[in-house]
Design a protein around this ligand. Structure first.
Ligand SMILES: Nc1nc2c(c(=O)[nH]1)N[C@H]1C(S)=C(S)[C@@H](COP(=O)(O)OP(=O)(O)OC[C@H]3O[C@@H](n4cnc5c(=O)[nH]c(N)nc54)[C@H](O)[C@@H]3O)O[C@H]1N2
Ligand SMILES: Nc1nc2c(c(=O)[nH]1)N[C@H]1C(S)=C(S)[C@@H](COP(=O)(O)OP(=O)(O)OC[C@H]3O[C@@H](n4cnc5c(=O)[nH]c(N)nc54)[C@H](O)[C@@H]3O)O[C@H]1N2
Ligand SMILES: [Mo]
Length: 754
């Protein structure tokens, strides 16, 4: 039985595989709790199918033709969570003030169910009260018109469709800003910046087919069994073919060790398991640059560089080679926490491989040197010509199901990534060219008062972002907060000084009926495949509007009429929005609607780097010479730890499904800090003790998180781990990746106070 938070905490190491019966039991717990069992089961079968809906959980690629059951434990939880029969009605808000709701846990807030009515915050009673949609749009439009466009932020959380996202960025640019941060700014922005500079594209180069041809995978900082479980099918197949899977992760994550396919009756009946990793290296948090330098050094010094590829396709190799030769093994060992022998073993396997893929996640991107991490991984691939051939390439594993697609259609604060020339031509206006605010800059603006209004297309910004305490204080001074959401969360409970609107929308699994009939939407997965998605479940409430309808409602109240834009017609038929996308971004979306009809499983939008066309400054793939090998951005000192913030197997970002982190054996609580046995002793603590963590950012601002139970765990010395979002109050806003501004959530400097 899955533990709930009121149960007694229990820390028993898990010895089962990923997947398997544990995964089935976890589902058997959560699906009935959401009390929509018949609907959920039918919907699970439609998940990630050409005529079904795209899973609302992760962005991992969907095969075509699909597997009979292309869903996983965590995708099923996300589905059950969204189509729950629980409702947050006007009665709910009559019963609870916002002050009271602020004392609720993230779990309890979302567990209350789906939002049903558009609401306005009423300060006199400290409650949300029902308000008609027309009143909401008129008030929001009027308030935004009274503000300077540069003081308004339009955030997006990565789930909304390509159609909604295109309309949203267009509204912001017509209004006069590109303050369009997106969850990507807290996530894979290090990828967008790093890969763009290195190989000329901001996204990965591989597709699912590459898994059939690869003979080595370098796997850095990604927790597959929890965050992209469907990828276990590909990894297992790779392992069964006898290929190498070399993992670098400070934690021994179960899903990277072994897997039982819950959809395979024989494996389930015989309880057989497939190992995943062929080598597992417990690198220090922030030690990957050093580990990768060790591999590169061995490859170079032992004559395994593909000099033909390097000469034909890359730039700045000589400087990188000199740096690798000059770097000593003592520095590499110290900074990575790994032995020379272990790194040579990884390097030998890599050198033997004819086609290597590099897969990675937040373990690389969320560091002060996050962009260098990404570029160093590309260095490794370039050394042996591993870009632009079958079975090879770089594979960032994206987070939200359409986060990559939102960037593709213009939700970006960076002018060079948006189709501004086309927007100008199509809609006859001068799109803003002043760089917009990213997540870190938006937080800074809320804190210093220069941001006056915050519009959120999904997400839970206050909880997901760093510097929680100051952010919440600043939030309360806003003139306007607009929250477009499916479920209640902390960001909805900090009312602005001016107006606060809570606007409930349809989820992707629900039927979206408009003037021209039921609507499909589209999204882009981690490997740049564009998929259609059709919701069929009855909407959670008759008062919900679709996301395109909400964006159009605000846009019409805010903007002067434009003869080239008929917002109502677009809402009536999303195919018209796709025609606009095809015109604005023809190199990816030409014949968008036709291709959706012709290629039922979706279509690959293409990738120049995968054809060895590198649209970089030099026209070649760029080697990066890293300045330092420590990715944390701070020096180690006595009593200072590197805190890595983790997701459990029972959450989707700030959405907490329950209190069971099965693979890590942590059950019944999230208030833990995982520590190495020697570190516990050195600090004079014992397992089970309660401690407070304090930030050690050196800026004299006090940041603390208390009541954390010390759990003995296999983490490298000097590294400790605890959960996100509980630990976000410890992250200083200034502690972020240098070029990409991704908060450095995987190595936060902290001290332990008893
Ligand atoms: N079920 C579920 N699925 C999800 C999500 C979810 O919360 N729940 N979130 C979605 C989103 S938005 C995203 S971005 C992805 C996130 O998916 P991941 O990229 O897997 O992110 P995390 O779980 O934060 O941590 C990644 C891994 O990095 C390791 N790590 C930490 N520090 C380091 C380091 O310095 N070096 C190395 N090599 N490894 C390190 C951690 O031990 C952990 O195993 O998943 C998406 N999918
Ligand atoms: N310390 C630390 N901080 C982190 C991270 C970390 O690893 N460590 N990870 C970062 C990462 S990778 C990310 S992506 C961010 C996540 O940041 P966000 O994307 O802002 O947060 P989520 O928790 O995914 O947002 C959940 C809310 O989205 C709303 N929602 C769900 N579905 C829909 C929908 O279909 N439409 C609309 N309009 N709303 C919907 C619901 O109201 C729900 O409460 O957090 C970042 N913060
Ligand atoms: Mo993410």
């Amino acid at each position: 039985m899955t533990k709930q938070h009121d149960d007694r905490p229990d820390f028993t190491p898990y010895d089962g595989p990923a997947g398997g019966w544990g995964s089935m039991r976890s589902l058997a717990d959560i699906v009935p709790r959401e009390k929509n069992v018949a609907v959920t089961t039918a919907e699970l079968v439609r998940q990630n199918k050409p005529d079904g809906f795209m899973c609302v959980s992760c962005a991992w690629s969907k095969p075509y033709p699909p597997n009979p059951a292309e869903f996983c434990e965590n995708g099923a939880k996300a589905t059950a969570w969204e189509i729950t029969s629980q409702r947050v009605t006007p009665d709910f808000f009559r019963a609870h003030t916002l002050s009271e709701l602020r004392s609720w846990s993230d779990y309890r807030l979302e567990e209350a169910g789906r939002l049903t009515h558009p609401m306005r915050y009423d300060r006199a009673t400290d409650r949300y009260v029902v308000a008609p949609w027309e009143e909401a749009f008129a008030a929001i439009g009027a308030r935004l018109k009274s503000l300077a466009p540069r003081s308004v932020v339009f955030y997006a959380s990565g789930r909304a469709s390509l159609e909604t996202s295109y309309m949203y960025q267009l509204m912001a640019r017509l209004y006069g800003n590109q303050n369009l941060p997106d969850s990507s700014n807290m996530c894979h922005e290090s990828t967008s910046v790093g890969l763009k500079a290195a190989i000329g594209v901001p996204v990965g180069t591989t597709t699912l087919e590459d898994f059939d041809h690869t003979d080595c995978i370098l796997h850095f900082g990604q927790n597959v069994a929890t965050n992209s479980p469907r990828m276990l099918h590909q990894l297992r197949a790779v392992h069964k073919r006898g290929a190498q899977i070399i993992v670098f992760n400070p934690l021994r994550e179960r899903g990277l060790e072994r897997f039982t396919d819950p959809q395979n009756p024989i494996e389930m009946a015989t309880r057989s398991e497939t190992p995943i990793a062929t080598q597992y290296h417990q690198v220090k948090a922030g030690g990957d640059l050093a580990a990768m330098m060790g591999i590169a050094k061995w490859v170079i010094e032992n004559g395994h560089v593909d000099h033909d590829f390097v000469a034909a396709h890359t730039h700045d190799y000589a400087a990188f080679e000199a740096r690798a030769r000059a770097t000593g093994w003592d520095e590499i060992e110290r900074e990575s926490g790994l032995t020379r022998a272990a790194l040579e073993q990884a390097a030998e396997a890599y050198a033997r491989s004819k086609a290597t893929m590099a897969i990675y996640g937040m373990g690389l991107t969320q560091h002060v040197k996050g962009v260098d991490n990404v570029r160093m991984l590309v260095n490794l691939l370039l050394l042996r010509g591993n870009i632009g051939k079958p079975g090879a390439g770089v594979c960032p594993v994206r987070g939200h199901s359409n986060v990559q697609g939102q960037r593709t259609v213009g939700i970006t604060e960076k002018t060079e990534l948006a189709p501004v020339e086309k927007l100008k031509e199509l809609y006859g206006f001068d799109p803003p060219t002043e760089k917009g605010l990213d997540t870190v800059e938006a937080c800074a603006g809320v804190i210093d008062g220069t941001v006056k209004a915050f519009v959120s297309l999904g997400g839970n910004f206050v909880r997901a972002a760093p510097e929680t305490e100051l952010l919440e204080e600043g939030w309360a001074n806003l003139d306007l907060s607009v929250q477009i959401a499916t479920k209640l969360n902390r960001s909805h409970l900090i009312p602005a000084a001016g107006e606060t609107w809570l606007l409930p929308c349809l989820g992707r699994i629900e039927r979206d009926l408009q003037a021209s009939g039921p609507q499909r939407v589209t999204m882009e997965d981690s490997t740049s495949v564009i998929h259609p998605s059709l919701g069929k479940v009855d909407p959670a409430s008759p008062h919900l509007l679709s996301e395109p309808a909400i964006v159009a409602g605000i846009a019409k109240a805010l903007l002067p009429p434009n003869p080239a834009i008929d917002w109502d017609a677009w809402v009536g038929d999303y195919a018209l929005v796709r025609d606009e996308i095809a015109k604005a971004i023809p190199h990816f979306f030409a014949r968008f609607n036709e291709r959706l009809r012709e290629e039922k499983g979706g279509f690959w939008k293409g990738n120049k780097a995968a054809e060895r066309v590198f649209e970089t400054e030099s026209g070649k793939a760029e080697f990066l010479v890293p300045e330092v090998l420590n990715a944390t951005g701070f020096t180690d000192s006595d009593g200072r730890y590197r805190l890595l913030t983790l997701r459990s197997n029972d959450q989707f970002n700030t959405t907490i499904y329950g209190y069971s982190d099965r693979f890590r054996g942590i059950n019944g609580t999230r208030q833990v800090v995982l520590m190495n046995r020697d570190d516990i002793a050195r600090a004079g603590l014992t397992a089970g003790a309660k401690v407070t963590l304090a930030s050690d950012a050196g800026d004299n601002h006090e940041r603390r998180v208390g009541d954390l139970i010390v759990v003995e765990y296999d983490v490298p010395p000097g590294c400790i781990a605890a959960y996100y979002p509980e630990c976000n109050p410890l992250i200083a806003l200034a502690h972020h990746a240098e070029e990409s501004h991704v908060p450095a959530a995987k190595s936060v400097p902290v001290r332990i106070v008893a």
